[in-house]
Design a protein around this ligand. Structure first.
Ligand SMILES: Cc1cc2nc3c(=O)[nH]c(=O)nc-3n(C[C@H](O)[C@H](O)[C@H](O)COP(=O)(O)OP(=O)(O)OC[C@H]3O[C@@H](n4cnc5c(N)ncnc54)[C@H](O)[C@@H]3O)c2cc1C
Length: 317
């Protein structure tokens, strides 16, 4: 492959969305070039699943699979059908004229279509003990991890006061013995309906004006040192699970505002489609999805993006 040759499809990102797009584009004989990133957005090539131990909800895998193992298999499948992969982070793109220009360490690449699958990074709080207990009790995804045996019938804590935090607390109340929500202010930011749902749930307790200071434990998390800001008192609350619901940052800095995004930075596409406002540019997976944020939904959107890119190219001929 030469840098000067115009590609049919360049895929940026290497999570489930990027690799599914790659498999579909490769099988459609579009010879995709995929930039998998090098610690882009703070995540290894392979995306967010490389940061988790067990995935139990990806279809077709009756036994739990390690997140990194699942991503190695997806990568192998992409390569098997003819995807070229570069372990580089895309620094910038120029979407003002087609063919588009994609710039990475090894140079500039021209392409007829671009599929953006760069995912999102869960925001962290940086509290003491966070590194040590990340994935040993601390998680950024209640739907992914909440049902794991280590959290069943155990006291759980959610940090956040928005819709996601309320939704995650409700979900976790099915598994935990109790769920404490740490809310920084004395009000929830969530919609009234979500607030009602949380307040009616007997397992959920809201700790107002309370912030986490430290995650404590032994091999695994056992508690959180918190501060009650009103009483100015510190104490340790028991917790086997700590779930962050403080938002995600979509990985879009390299786009330099060339594509429409919502106020949280998620890319905007046409409804039920991965088409952005620029013909030939598609966005799929967590970089455009703040609702479902699952491997299987990201993969589904990756499939849509490749099919839409293929149809776009066919229409150009
Ligand atoms: C701890 C944890 C556990 C989870 N567990 C589950 C689970 O059990 N089941 C489930 O379905 N979902 C789970 N999820 C959610 C799931 O991981 C995501 O929904 C899914 O990975 C999103 O896929 P994606 O392809 O959109 O993006 P990502 O997985 O975020 O991958 C995007 C990739 O693009 C790369 N990238 C970013 N910018 C650039 C650039 N400029 N150039 C090149 N590459 C770039 C990133 O480095 C990353 O590797 C979990 C998430 C977390 C954080």
């Amino acid at each position: 492959m030469s840098e000067t040759e115009t590609q049919k499809v360049i895929i940026i990102g290497s999570g489930p969305a990027g690799h599914t797009a790659a498999v579909y584009a490769a099988r459609a004989e579009l010879s995709p070039l995929l930039f998998e990133g090098f610690m882009a957005g703070g995540v290894a090539a392979g995306g967010q699943l490389t940061t988790t131990t067990e995935v139990e909800n990806f279809p077709g895998l009756p036994e739990p699979i390690g997140g990194p193992d699942l991503m190695i298999k997806m990568r192998e499948q992409s390569v098997r059908y003819g995807t070229t992969i570069k372990t580089e982070t895309v620094a910038r793109v120029d979407l003002s004229t087609r063919p588009f220009t994609v710039t990475a360490d090894s140079g500039e690449y021209k392409t007829e279509t671009v599929i953006i699958a760069t995912g999102a990074t869960a925001k962290r709080l940086g509290i003491k003990g966070e590194e040590e207990y990340w994935q040993k009790g601390i998680s950024a995804c209640a739907v992914c991890d909440g049902g794991l045996p280590v959290f069943r019938d155990k006291p759980l804590v959610v940090i956040g006061g928005g819709d996601t935090a309320c939704e995650e607390a409700s979900y976790l109340s099915k598994f935990g013995s109790s769920v404490s929500m740490l809310v920084r202010r004395n009000v929830l930011r969530a919609s009234q309906a979500m607030q009602n749902r949380v307040q009616k749930n007997e397992k959920i307790h809201i700790l107002w004006e309370t912030e986490a200071l430290e995650a404590v434990g032994e091999q695994f998390l056992t508690g959180i040192r918190v501060i009650d800001k009103k009483a100015k008192e510190e104490r340790i609350i028991e917790a086997s699970g700590l779930f962050y619901a403080v938002g995600h940052k979509p990985n879009t800095d390299f786009l330099a505002d060339q594509l429409d995004a919502d106020k949280e930075g998620y890319l905007i596409t046409e409804p039920n489609s991965t088409k952005t406002a620029i013909p030939g540019v598609f966005a799929c997976g967590d970089v455009r999805d703040k609702v479902y944020r699952q491997a299987v939904t990201a993969a589904g959107m990756g499939c849509m993006a490749a099919l839409e890119a293929e149809r776009f190219l066919a229409d150009q001929e």
